[in-house]
Design a protein around this ligand. Structure first.
Ligand code: DQA
Length: 137
């Protein structure tokens, strides 16, 4: 089983960025523990701060991988292009968010991805990624 985690803008700063919202752990440390916990699954990780690069990665993996765990971060709420990319591919996408976006500002309540995702997991901290992974198993 081949799964990829795709993280969008500013998620490279996890651990340093607003720790009261996103926690104190870096994504790299969390990702390492996730891979160790699920040794039979091939899990890749890709992060970009650039919208077009995220779209290119979704297109690249979106016809051959078994699942995409996508946290498009702020682009979730703005990017028709990422939403269209998720709609265009055949690999199922689970949208994840670390924070509970519905408990935050109104602009975070809109997702251009959710309508074309297999499911959405929101607000469980970094554990959201593991729950998304479990949905593919
Ligand atoms: C986020 C929520 C987004 O609203 C925000 O822009 C992020 C992170 C989350 O994982 O909680 O960068 O996607």
């Amino acid at each position: 089983m081949k799964i990829i985690v795709i993280n969008g803008p500013n998620l490279n700063l996890l651990g340093k960025r607003e720790p009261e919202v996103y926690g104190k752990a870096s994504f790299e440390a969390y990702f390492e523990s996730l891979c160790l916990k699920y040794p039979s699954v091939s899990i890749e990780y890709y992060q970009s701060n650039i919208e077009g690069e995220l779209i290119s990665k979704i297109q690249e993996v979106g016809f051959s991988y078994d699942g995409i765990i996508l946290n498009a971060a702020a682009y979730t709420h703005t990017s028709v292009g990422i939403g269209d990319a998720v709609k265009a591919i055949t690999t199922p996408v689970v949208e994840v968010h670390i924070s509970n976006t519905y408990a935050r500002e109104d602009f975070r309540h809109l997702s251009y991805i959710a309508a074309n995702a297999k499911g959405v997991i929101i607000g469980f901290g970094l554990k959201s990624y593991e729950l998304a992974l479990a949905s593919f198993l």
